[in-house]
Design a protein around this ligand. Structure first.
Ligand SMILES: *[C@@H]1O[C@H](CO)[C@@H](O)[C@H](O)[C@H]1NC(C)=O
Length: 532
């Protein structure tokens, strides 16, 4: 018997393998998983030369909608990873175009907590249709459509016949960035917004200032950033920067919610506003150090009213995050003026009541500007009386799922709740920690169906102690994707092994799109992504 030569053996072994590799990916790699998706083995090629996005004839939003036109250009590039070809000379070919129809007019507004993001996608060789109630839903559908396309090793693009009906499980799906511990360049923020849209996140919670630095440039109080920023020229966000971030986010259906946290976490504010912070004492003598905002002075509230008026104009969202977390009482306790104020107001020595006194007044100020508030859970824990449109942001109790008790208590009191406790993505450990984030079931808390209705979503938090522009993206992606799917997809989408396969695939897609997403585990992406 003739022995097989090396090359012949190679061919025999390799051929079946190569054929396997030529076949399209076997995974439904849409991330986060749509509510309902039926895909079929039938597929056909899409031609980049003639492919087009088209406004549906009966769409309430036409070619005048800049938001959708821009999205069409972005998604054309994402689909075909090349430069825009001039395909205007081609007739619209229904199987080689996506026809986008929106049933409700509106293109220039801002998304909000009540925005409808549902859409349906019906993709076949005969026609590709995307239908949505609003432009926000259309954006979500475009993202899904872009993830359906696959590329064969010969470079050609293919699409499988697919029917999708999709909507988010929760309306508030956020990412928190902290621009105080480290300044994040505007470009880095825009990149993050881009990646958020790929994950169908819809809220950018901008924890913009804190103890270490005050990078927000206020028009009313320019001293705040002049004295409080790391560098008043280079490490600030001007009004123009902020507007750019807000518009960039809007174009992607993302709300920008500012957080100016008080009365704690305000060391950087003190540099630019004399008398705002409480002077700390040692016996009868000031130590030269300062504590939280001084809640006993009228001047504090005059300042806050002017400052938050500006903020309410700069940030168009209906909600403002007012913070209210981790107030250290030592300094208040030491200050004789605060002590006598406590006596006058019969607060005993309960400094939580003093904090409540402050927050209560602040909430009333902000309500005057027509804004609703979000507060960290301490404000609720301290029994501050709040309007019932206030959102309580739960962040404690990650260990032992203690946040479930808090969610039960908050919703029992009739307030709406947001969850972040299990989603502090700045905390890392060796291994696949995304699995813990993924396995969270927020509605597991005890409560009536009415209470469950009050749970509106959550946020992945990226606190900045150890994070700046060099490592933000790899720390955030694809781990935040676990949170994105938990908040978007059906509660029944829980299978970790399936999620691993899809998230691995999605991470490769993020790389191809230029996001420096870190690997989940051992393996490789195909060779089509940009080298870093
Ligand atoms: C797409 O079609 C191919 C070829 O028929 C099939 O192998 C693959 O499973 C299909 N993909 C999906 C997501 O159904």
């Amino acid at each position: 018997m003739e022995t097989l030569s090396g090359s012949r053996l190679w061919q025999l072994l390799c051929l079946p393998l190569c054929i396997l590799l030529l076949l399209p990916p076997l995974i439904d790699a849409v991330w986060p998983m749509p509510q309902s998706m039926v895909s079929s083995p039938q597929y056909w090629p899409l031609s980049p030369a003639s492919f087009r996005f088209v406004h549906g004839e009966s769409s309430a939003v036409g070619p005048g909608c800049e938001l959708l036109n821009q999205a069409f250009i972005r998604y054309y590039r994402l689909l075909f990873q090349g430069t825009r070809e001039d395909n205007s000379q081609f007739q619209v070919d229904p199987g080689n175009a996506l026809i986008v129809s929106v049933t409700t007019p509106g293109c220039d507004g801002f998304p909000d907590l009540d925005s409808k993001e549902n859409y349906t996608l019906s993709v076949s060789k005969e026609s590709c249709l995307l239908t949505a109630h609003t432009v926000w839903g259309a954006l979500r559908g475009l993202e899904t459509f872009s993830q359906l396309l696959w590329r064969a090793p010969d470079g050609a693009f293919y699409m499988n016949k697919t029917e999708i009906v999709d909507f988010p499980r929760f309306p508030h799906r956020g990412v928190l960035l902290d621009t105080s511990r480290h300044y994040l360049p505007v470009k880095t923020i825009l990149h993050t917004l881009e990646a958020m849209a790929y994950n169908k996140f819809n809220v950018f919670h901008w924890h913009i200032v804190d103890d270490p630095a005050f990078p927000f440039q206020s028009v009313m109080f320019p001293e705040l950033s002049a004295k409080g920023a790391y560098n008043q020229e280079t490490h600030v966000y001007t009004t123009t920067d902020v507007r750019m971030v807000i518009e960039y986010a809007r174009m992607r259906g993302i709300r920008v919610i500012s957080e100016f946290d008080t009365p704690g976490h305000t060391q950087s504010w003190g540099k630019g506003v004399a008398g705002l912070l409480t002077a700390c004492y040692n016996g009868a003598k000031p130590t030269g150090k300062y504590g939280p905002v001084d809640p006993t002075l009228n001047s504090t509230y005059h300042f806050m009213a002017k400052f938050f008026k500006e903020i309410s104009i700069v940030f168009p969202d209906n909600y403002m995050h007012l913070g209210g977390d981790e107030v250290d009482f030592c300094c208040w306790k030491s200050n004789p003026h605060v002590q006598s104020f406590m006596k006058e107001h019969h607060l005993g020595d309960d400094y939580a009541k003093l904090e409540s006194f402050y927050i209560h007044r602040l909430l009333k100020i902000v309500a005057r500007f027509g804004k609703a508030s979000i507060v960290w859970q301490e404000v609720f824990d301290n029994k501050v009386h709040m309007k019932n449109d206030t959102l309580v942001h739960v962040w404690k109790g990650a260990g032992g799922k203690n946040y479930l008790k808090e969610l039960a208590a908050v919703t029992k009191a009739g307030y709406r709740a947001l969850l972040s406790s299990p989603w502090y993505l700045n905390v890392i450990y060796y291994g696949q920690d995304w699995r813990d984030e993924y396995q969270v079931e927020p509605l597991e808390f005890e409560g009536t169906p009415e209470q469950k209705e009050l749970f509106v979503g959550g946020e992945a938090c990226m606190w900045g102690e150890y994070v700046d522009a060099t490592n933000l993206a790899p720390r955030l992606w694809p781990r935040a994707g676990a949170v994105a799917e938990r908040l978007w997809s059906n509660a029944t989408v829980q299978c970790l092994d399936d999620a691993y396969d899809r998230l691995t695939e999605f991470r490769c897609l993020l790389l191809r799109r230029g996001v420096r997403a870190e690997p989940l585990y051992i393996g490789t992406c195909d060779n089509e992504y940009r080298g870093f």
